[in-house]
Design a protein around this ligand. Structure first.
Ligand SMILES: *[C@@H]1O[C@H](CO)[C@@H](O)[C@H](O)[C@H]1NC(C)=O
Ligand SMILES: *[C@@H]1O[C@H](CO)[C@@H](O)[C@H](O)[C@H]1NC(C)=O
Length: 402
């Protein structure tokens, strides 16, 4: 009897920290519900732009030297989302790339937003963009794409005067099975996150368990594409350098520190990066981590050294929002839908939360609201005082000026 109690007590003691942590996350599911969320808006001015022309832009990437942002927008995410598990039959729209010139205020939408024309891109009709990274010195853009066959990192050469994206290569590797965010180390090395070990497409139950239990199945992969650059038929070199639960955004905070968000832990992890190893593959050494009051999605770093974190305060609302967009955003489907669904389309909101973090200043909320839904990325041009929030399932982008 006594030993059974002991075993029970030991088991409880072991599970307690786990339960406490998951409990803290669960309590946010209550306090962050759209009608309870404490709204915050620190922007001097903001507007939602291009809501009639683009939607589901997960990525916004600043090219500050030119005052432009590269946007990756995939309306097809309404029917095909390999991270959240939406697999509806064809036809599925495909993703597009845009250039938003944010330098001047008062330009017409047509002038400010240009779509990039793809050249030689065989997979154009099956392009489902997630994270992107841009190397200004070579005008090369890398984009994670969740193609139907197997994901790839598509490599393009951009011409920002002619507004073209010429496809160069598709980088594929067994270790890059669910690519999400990318950060460049130099012109031939980058880090990419795989959000899960179990892909929801192949293992729906295990994938959900992995998310809900906060199991560290996600990975950070170091990729060296020098072999591919030399010979297009060669394969890239890839190595797993860290594992964490639902690894999502990845950014270099500075030369020696990498920040990675864990969407299921509601935490951002900092690693120091040691690039001076005998194998040539960098080492990521865990440094510290901090909690955020939402499920962090993507990260970006501004020139003034702040880490910008955007994410989802209320994942259940995000799930419902994501699952209904293929009806709400398609007039034909909406006309056929029953009253319940039509009401949902009108009333459902999925809040956004964007914040910044610095070592000295700590965590500071910039925006928490339902006006602009499903924030995935926040970026900030600190010289020009312009910021952008892009939403996973939002119409248009939010642009703020301070
Ligand atoms: C996250 O933001 C970074 C920096 O702005 C950008 O490079 C990347 O494309 C974004 N990734 C995702 C998954 O949205
Ligand atoms: C990089 O950023 C980290 C986290 O803010 C900080 O602790 C570290 O001192 C920084 N390193 C350099 C070289 O600036």
């Amino acid at each position: 009897m006594a030993s059974k109690t002991t075993i029970l007590l030991v088991a409880l003691a072991l599970l307690l920290p786990f339960g406490y942590e998951r409990g803290q996350v669960a309590s946010l599911f209550w306090s962050n519900a759209p009608h309870r969320l404490v709204k915050t808006n620190t922007f001097a001015s903001h507007e939602i732009k291009f809501s009639d022309s683009i939607r589901s832009c997960e990525d916004a990437l600043l090219v500050e030297s030119q005052g432009i942002a590269i946007l990756g927008c995939d309306p097809g995410r309404e029917r095909w989302n390999t991270v959240m598990g939406i697999f509806l039959p064809e036809p599925v729209d495909s993703g597009r790339l845009y250039i938003f010139d944010y330098k001047k205020t008062g330009t017409s939408d047509n002038e400010a937003l240009k779509q990039l024309k793809f050249i030689d891109f065989k997979f154009e009709s099956d392009f489902h963009s997630l994270g992107m990274a841009y190397d200004e010195s070579t005008s090369t853009l890398l984009v994670s794409s969740h193609r139907h066959d197997f994901p790839a990192i598509e490599m393009f050469q951009l011409d920002l005067e002619e507004y073209t994206a010429t496809h160069l290569r598709s980088i594929r590797h067994p270790l890059i099975h669910g690519p999400n965010s990318i950060v460049l180390i130099n012109e031939h090395e980058f880090l990419v996150t795989n959000d899960h070990y179990f892909l929801v497409q192949d293992h729906p139950i295990l994938s959900r368990l992995e998310t809900n239990l906060g199991f560290p199945g996600g990975s950070v992969v170091h990729v060296d594409i020098s072999p591919v650059l030399a010979d297009p038929t060669a394969s890239a070199q890839a190595t797993i350098v860290a594992r964490l639960a639902f690894a999502n955004g990845v950014e270099l905070l500075n030369e020696t520190t990498v920040a990675i968000s864990s969407s299921s832990k509601f935490r951002v992890y900092l690693f120091s990066i040691n690039r001076d190893t005998s194998s040539g593959t960098p080492e990521l050494i865990p440094m510290s981590n901090f909690r955020v009051p939402f499920s962090p999605d993507n990260l970006s770093v501004s020139k003034d050294g702040a880490l910008l974190i955007a994410g989802h305060p209320h994942p259940p609302s995000l799930g419902k929002f994501a699952a209904t967009r293929h009806v709400c955003n398609a007039p034909g489907e909406l006309a056929k839908a029953d009253d319940g669904v039509r009401k949902t389309c009108k009333t459902l909101s999925a809040p956004s939360w964007a914040a910044k973090w610095t070592e000295d200043g700590g965590f500071q909320t910039l925006y928490a609201d339902v006006e602009y839904p499903t924030s995935a990325t926040a970026t900030w041009d600190s010289d020009r005082g312009v910021g952008i929030i892009s939403g996973l399932y939002a119409k248009g982008i939010l642009v703020w000026r301070n």
